[in-house]
Design a protein around this ligand. Structure first.
Ligand code: CMP
Length: 225
């Protein structure tokens, strides 16, 4: 397991090596294959998860069956904490979009870790605040930006987590199908495909299977504004 990645997670950030090791020992490992569902929206939840390796999408389904993706998370990120801090059903469905390894912490263990450790609680509050900020930005994007702008923003956001520099650009292996990318930006697949094709024609990016290579990040940033 990649310890450095786990130590970046907000849950571990305020702990010294010894405490981090002890916390780690109380957590259970879960392995998921691509497309496997960890939990469904509406189920009771009593466990939060930290991603060690792989990727997880968090999505919601409307009454008429349409899907919307709230986020795509990668190594070092945490999810599943809402139903612990505010007891209630799971707010979204969590599905692996690549082979994924997680470690999970149950409610009772979390409560005992938080008591007497204000540093850990502060880190978790910081993570929740960052998520609220990002959610507000996505909401404003949905209202104020056109689809190409939202696609550009989503790809840049994914590049911060999954981008790897290559000779000709930043390769972002997002592992999303075009349908899932459309669900992430809240638009139809056709409109998202058109936006992507336009970016390709302008030489701003190159499409690969479940990945893009960003060739002109400055132009993409301007388009995302
Ligand atoms: P929980 O409700 O227990 O299960 C679903 C999880 O999805 C939730 O906890 C959060 O951890 C996560 N989640 C919900 N909404 C968002 C969002 N807007 N951005 C990122 N993660 C989210």
């Amino acid at each position: 397991m990649d310890d450095d990645v786990v130590r970046q997670a907000p849950l571990f950030a305020a702990l010294d090596d010894e405490a981090a090791g002890a916390l780690r020992a109380t957590m259970t490992r879960v392995d998921l294959m691509r497309s496997e569902i960890l939990f469904n929206e509406g189920e009771p939840g009593d466990r939060l998860y930290v991603i060690v390796d792989g990727k997880v999408k968090l999505g919601r389904t409307s009454a008429d069956g349409r899907e919307n993706l709230l986020a795509v998370l990668g190594p070092g990120e945490m999810f599943g904490e809402l139903s612990l801090f505010d007891p209630g059903p799971r707010n979204a469905t969590a599905t692996a979009i690549a082979d994924t390894m997680l470690i999970g912490l149950g409610n009772d263990d979390l409560v005992s870790w938080l008591s007497g450790r204000p540093g850990v609680a502060r880190q978790l509050l910081g993570a929740l605040a960052r998520r609220l900020r990002r959610t507000n930005e996505s909401l404003a994007d949905l209202v104020f930006s056109d689809v190409p702008g939202r696609v550009a923003r989503a790809l840049l956001d994914l590049s911060e987590r999954f981008g790897r520099p290559t000779d000709d650009g930043l390769r972002v292996a997002h592992d999303l199908t075009q349908e899932e990318l459309a669900q992430l930006v809240g638009a139809s697949r056709e409109t998202v495909n058109k936006a992507l094709a336009d970016f390709v024609a302008r030489d701003w990016l190159r499409l690969e299977a479940r990945a893009v290579v960003l060739l002109d990040i400055e132009r993409m940033r301007k388009r995302a504004r």
